[in-house]
Ligand binder design. Sequence first.
Ligand code: SF4
Ligand code: SF4
Length: 111
Amino acid sequence: MGVKYDTTMFEGEPICGAAVRKEIEGILVMSDKPKTQEHIKVDQDLCVGCRLCYELCPTGSYEMTDEGKADWSQFGMGHCGECGLCRYICPVDAIDWNYPEGGTGKIHQWA
Ligand code: SF4
Ligand code: SF4
């Protein structure tokens, strides 16, 4: 059980067309149980500041620090859609990516 995902919480430039985003409205459901643990961590020593995660994350979950490193901790818990894109694109494997603890976060299903 959950509530229908509010796509207005997406930030940043959309990376898919209107037709796809309309479909997403119907299939992403948010769990009633909020996440309690960060499920993504950026290794600040490995990050080379390429900005790919920051520029391409469809939910605007990353920001860049004054030191030029990616930071997920400020917005990620509330915004991350768990798509896995950041994990895939990071060129230096600096992103430790895990699913949220059981029963929390997004649930992908037909609503
Ligand atoms: S998993 Fe997807 S939505 Fe979540 S931070 Fe990474 S790119 Fe953004
Ligand atoms: S994609 Fe990887 S190296 Fe590039 S800014 Fe993000 S965490 Fe850093």
